[in-house]
Unconditional design. Sequence first.
Length: 146
Amino acid sequence: MPNRQPQRLAALLFDMEISRVFARIAQRSASEAGRPWAFIAALSVVIVWAVSGPIFAYSDTWQLVINTGTTVVTFLMVFLIQNAQNRDTQAIQLKLDELIRATEGAHNRLMALENQSEETLQQVKEELATACEEPILAVAVPPQER
């Protein structure tokens, strides 16, 4: 029976490289798609397409070009932007977890709260809302007026 460890390691390294390259492309694409030049480029494509309408007699093919192009770009951008958003959200969650961990008196059970059930989230939300009302009252109303 041949040793499959080198093959598994090669497959793992290949998957890691693909993930790394995709993450880099997704981050860059999402970042660039939000810049003014990207909007101007998209607007220019639409203007050129609209101006070319009379040249192509507003044919079905002319309409198909913009429909297909926008559909393909939208389809691909959904995945790229979602990947970038997932990475940003994960980074924010990790930073918040670190702040909770490092803050004396903070509730460590709030760490990784994003992985809990909807019921747990609702319960924690209610607890925090209740806890939040009490300190505000204590600060807003001087002790002698209570």
